[in-house]
Design a protein around this ligand. Sequence first.
Ligand code: NDP
Ligand code: MG
Length: 396
Amino acid sequence: MSRPQQITVLGATGSIGLSTLDVIARHPARYQVFALSGFTRLSELLALCVRHSPRFAVVPEAGAARRLQDDLLAAGLSTRVLVGEEGLCQVASDPEVDAVMAAIVGAAGLRPTLAAVEAGKKILLANKEALVMSGALFMQAVRKSGSVLLPIDSEHNAIFQCMPLDFSRGLSNVGVRRILLTASGGPFRQTPLAELAHVSPEQACAHPNWSMGRKISVDSASMMNKGLELIEACWLFDAKPSQVEVVIHPQSVIHSLVDYIDGSVLAQLGNPDMRTPIANALAWPERIDSGVAPLDLFAIARLDFQTPDEERFPCLRLARQAAEASNSAPAMLNAANEVAVTAFLDGRVRYPEIASIIEEVLNLEAVVAVDDLEAVFIADAKARQLAGQWLSRHGR
Ligand code: NDP
Ligand code: MG
C-alpha cells in the first residue's frame, strides 16, 4: 500500500479541526497528521499533538511556542513548534504535504490558505471568509497551480456532489439552471422581531441543528453565513448571484440542491454532522466511513421549505448586494461583519446592530477593483476602521 497522505490541519483546535481529526483517526493507514495549528486553546493543541504526533505545530507567538515546545519534549514528542502566519504558510506549503484542511476562522486564514493553493495542494476549504474576500484572485491561483479545491461547507459539498464532473465549463454549458442553497434559519427564525434587540450571544450560539464555532454560529443566526455562502457558491461554481436561490429548510437534512434544465433536481441528504463533508473531501473521489450515523428518514418524517424574510435577515440582503457589486465589496462586507460579530460576542452591540454596522460601512465606502492581495487587505482594513468608527461613535 502507498504511504499515508500527509495532512495539515489549520485551525485544528476548532470545531472543524476536531471533526477532521476524528475522521483522520478512523483511517490511520490512509492519513497521517503532518501539522496542526491553534491560536488560543493551546492546552488542547498539546493534547492533540500527543494524540496525533504531528511533525509540526503552529502557535501565534514566540512565548507560547517555547512553552509548547517544552511540554512536547517532556511528553517525549519530536514535534517542532513554528510561529505565526509564517509558520502557518510553511506547513500549508511544505513539499511533503498532500492536503490542507483550511479551518481557521475569518480573514486570518487567507494567507495560509493561499500559500497552500499556490503550492498546488489539495485544499479542503472550510474557511469560506478567505474565498469571499479574495474570490477572483483565489480562483485564479487555483487554476494557475492546478490545486484541487474541495468544499467543506456542507452546502457547497452537497452542491459539489450533485454537479456534473465537468461543471467548471460553466453552469449553462452543463445544463444547470440554478443552485438551491439551503439554510436552517438558525435560532431566531421564529423569534418575534421586537425581541431580537434583546437576544444574547449564548442564544445566538445555540444553533438548533449544528454545533459550530462561535463566529459562524452568530453568522448562522443573522444569516450572514448564508450570505457568505452565496458569494462562496458563485466563486466555486462560477455562478451569477441570480443563479443562487436561498431556501429555508429548518430540518438541515437536505444540504443543498442543483436544479437542471430538464427539470431534474439533485439533492444531497444526510444527518447534520460535518464529518460527512470532511470525509467526502478527504477521500474524494472515493468514499470512506465518517463515523456519522445513517440517516433515518422515518424518524425525520417531514422536510419543510420556506422563503427567507429579508426584514428578519437584513444581512442576507447586504451579502447579495455585495455579491452583485463584487470587486472590493465582499471583502468589506466580511471585515465589517467580523468586527460587528466580535463586538456582539463581547456584549458591546445588540444583535440587530450587526446589520446596521455592516450596512453603514458598505454605504460609506465606494466599491473599487481588487487586482492583487494588497488591495484586498486595504479594503479589509478600511472596513474594519469604519466599523470601529461606528463603535466609537456609539460609545461601545
Ligand atoms: P472555531 O472557532 O471552532 O475554530 C477556529 C479555529 O481557528 C481554531 O482552531 C482557532 O484557534 C483558530 N483561529 C482563530 N483565530 C485565529 C487567528 N487569528 N489566527 C490563526 N488561527 C486562528 O471555528 P469553526 O471550526 O466552527 O469554523 C472554522 C471555519 O470553518 C470558519 O471559516 C467557518 O465559517 C467554517 N465552517 C465551519 C462549520 C462548522 O460546522 N463549524 C461549517 C462550515 C464552515 P483556537 O481555538 O486555538 O483559538
Ligand atoms: Mg454551511
